[in-house]
Design a protein around this ligand. Structure first.
Ligand SMILES: *[C@@H]1O[C@H](CO)[C@@H](O)[C@H](O)[C@H]1NC(C)=O
Ligand SMILES: *[C@@H]1O[C@H](CO)[C@@H](O)[C@H](O)[C@H]1NC(C)=O
Ligand SMILES: *[C@@H]1O[C@H](CO)[C@@H](O)[C@H](O)[C@H]1NC(C)=O
Length: 252
């Protein structure tokens, strides 16, 4: 059993938004061209440097670092469960992403991404209670997690919704982020056990020695929370650009 709450930081005022064209740094692909998949991959790769620092006009929040107000992961229950709340979380490393693959299945309305991140670093204020691999853990303070060589897969299913302007807009209802076991991970939680240094040092050492087990425990919850965040970011953007502006729909 797992519960995830994400509060995004960028839901600012968008009440009177006008339908937009794609930003000028994105060259639209031809929907019916035989090489549309290659075009999409090229376009995604070319877009990242333009959006990594954010683009307010398109409601793209800064992506490196990404600031996540609050991220909550509850998993397991009772004595084996762990509750983690992270707030003011800065996630760094997106700018160095290598987009390995993007496919858009127009018939199934499914988009798949394969990403590779050389390094991902998360700095946050954490609040944890529960058990980590059966050992009790409790604490509140600054925390840092660094993941080395992360391959992630993101897939979403889109629908369309008609807005007041009578145009269709994409809407992502379901999305899933997963990642492979990274090559390495280091974790440092300050101030564990109310600042008891001996217990805290031991717990950090224990977690770093058993990082593969820890990541199997909390990784899926983290991935779900981040996947939900990405879904919100994409929906924010998609609610600005009507479907008709997203591709060139001429038949070839
Ligand atoms: C790209 O992703 C699609 C969908 O997940 C997959 O079918 C295809 O094999 C992938 N291509 C490469 C080169 O990884
Ligand atoms: C940590 O979270 C728990 C609920 O999970 C809450 O009761 C507690 O006040 C929090 N501690 C701090 C220092 O915010
Ligand atoms: C986190 O670290 C900063 C800078 O060292 C410090 O000012 C702050 O009090 C710490 N926060 C917590 C919750 O311990």
């Amino acid at each position: 059993m797992q519960r995830i709450i994400v509060l995004a930081a960028f839901t600012s005022c968008w009440l009177f938004a006008q339908p937009l064209k794609l930003p000028e740094y994105i060259k639209p692909c031809r929907r019916y061209a035989p090489d549309v998949q290659e075009c999409i991959l090229k376009t995604v790769r070319a877009t990242i440097p333009h959006v990594v620092n954010g683009d307010p006009k398109y409601r793209v929040p800064p992506l490196d670092p990404v600031l996540i107000d609050r991220l909550e992961i509850n998993q397991g229950s009772g004595s084996v469960g762990m509750s983690i709340i992270a707030h003011d979380a800065f996630l760094r490393g997106v700018r160095n992403v290598d987009v390995l693959n993007v496919t858009h299945n127009f018939e199934k309305r499914v988009v798949d991404f394969d990403w590779f991140f050389p390094e991902v670093r998360i700095d946050c204020i954490y609040n944890v209670t529960g058990r980590a691999l059966l050992l009790p853990i409790e604490g509140y303070g600054n925390g840092t997690i660094i993941l080395g060589k992360v391959r992630a897969h993101y897939t979403y299913h889109w629908d369309t919704t008609k807005k007041k302007d009578a145009k269709d807009y994409y809407l992502i209802n379901s999305a899933k982020l997963t990642f492979d076991l990274p090559e390495k991970m280091s974790i440092n939680l300050e101030n564990l056990f109310h600042g008891n240094k001996l217990l805290g040092d031991n717990m950090n050492r224990f977690m770093n020695e058993n990082w593969k087990e820890i990541i199997k425990d909390v990784g899926p919850g983290m991935a779900d929370a981040l996947g939900e965040y990405i879904r919100q970011v994409l929906n924010n953007i998609y609610s600005l650009v009507p479907v008709e502006n997203s591709f060139i729909f001429d038949k070839v």
